[in-house]
Design a protein around this ligand. Structure first.
Ligand SMILES: [Cu+2]
Length: 343
């Protein structure tokens, strides 16, 4: 076969270009470190795809480039090239082989997804609230944190929701990304496996300060985690006791900012998703059922704990998130003290 030498040359070039393309892509180091068990499976699949991509790139580009270089028309040659009829075996091959390849990729993709989603019944559950433009992590021990502390090598299940708009939980080192949807709880399962400091960033454009919607994520040893939980629980209890005895507008203002009330309630009389707090305390509030109520401590407290019970006239029922029902009496006393200070 007189063309054999060309076929051989092309085969060797395809192998060479595949390997070089693959090595180039892998050594570009586009990935951050792997910090979760799930990341290992995801990167394995990604690596396989890069191999396939490198091969198909070479398979297409090498014959084109080779033909352009080796089979150039000679100067002065104006004859037509040989007509090409169909080639049935080739057409069958390029239909069947990709079909098998795609079905196989679909299969290993599904298998990989099942591994990533595999639930550990002992997973640690933490509630996540994403709001414009902060993250809040509510721990089962009854305190909230703006840093996500996680013990290494234990699966965690994040139960995520949002009081305002769509957000998305993304720690690049974990690889998995999940939307946070208002009015719904979405699950995010991860097994951190590498100690260190990371960052969660919002990956869904959610308004003017979207770019700054980040929170620290710390993966610590089991002992350090237990210590942190014990410390936070003690601090929360001490704060609750102090506030209950002696409410404080300064602490209230900090809560207003850190809990995200700020996203919806202004303190200067301007409008927002919720009513302003300026002049609210002691005023007469018109409710959606036509009645009116005095904004005293009891009304304000029930508005926070059970926002569904009464709705302020001309505001949407259900727009005030019910996720604050875990606030302690002390925190509520501080918040009310802060409202009082906004004359
Ligand atoms: Cu966001």
């Amino acid at each position: 076969m007189r063309n054999l030498k060309h076929y051989l040359a092309i085969a060797v070039l395809i192998a060479l270009v595949s390997v070089l393309t693959y090595l180039g892509m892998v050594n570009a180091n586009l990935f951050p470190v792997e910090a979760s068990a799930q990341a290992v499976d995801i990167d394995w699949l990604f690596n396989l795809q890069i191999k396939l991509i490198a091969f198909f790139f070479a398979l297409i580009v090498v014959p084109i480039a080779y033909s352009m270089a080796v089979f150039r028309r000679e100067t002065g040659d104006t004859s037509d090239s040989e007509p090409i009829e169909s080639n049935t075996p080739l057409e069958i091959a390029w239909t069947i082989l990709p079909l098998i390849l795609v079905v196989w990729l679909g299969y290993i993709g599904a298998d990989n997804l099942a591994k990533i989603n595999a639930a550990d019944p002992g997973a640690l559950e933490i509630n996540v609230v994403a709001f414009q433009w902060k993250w809040r992590f509510d721990y089962p021990q009854g305190f909230s944190s703006d840093t996500l502390y996680l013990p290494v090598d234990q699966q965690v299940l994040l139960k995520m929701t949002s009081p305002d708009v769509l957000h998305s939980f993304w720690v690049p080192e974990f690889r998995v990304k999940q939307d946070v949807v208002p009015g719904r709880v979405t699950d995010y399962r991860i097994t951190p496996n590498r100690l260190g400091d990371y960052k969660v960033r919002c990956a869904e454009l959610c308004g003017t300060s979207h770019a700054y919607m980040e929170a620290p994520v710390k993966i610590v040893s089991r002992a350090e985690y237990d210590q942190w939980i014990a410390d936070q629980t003690a601090i929360a209890q001490a704060n609750a006791a102090a506030s209950a005895a002696n409410p404080d507008a300064g602490r209230g203002q900090k809560l207003y900012e850190s809990l995200g009330c700020k996203a919806c309630h202004s303190t200067d009389g301007s409008g927002g998703i919720g009513p302003t707090w300026k002049g609210l305390y002691g005023s007469a509030v018109a409710l959606s059922d036509g009645t009116s109520v005095s904004a005293d401590d009891a009304y304000l407290k029930s508005s926070i704990l059970e926002p569904g019970a009464q709705t302020v006239a001309s505001y949407t029922a259900g727009a005030m998130p019910a996720s604050f029902s875990n606030l302690t009496d002390g925190q509520i006393a501080d918040l009310i003290e802060f409202m009082k200070s906004l004359k």
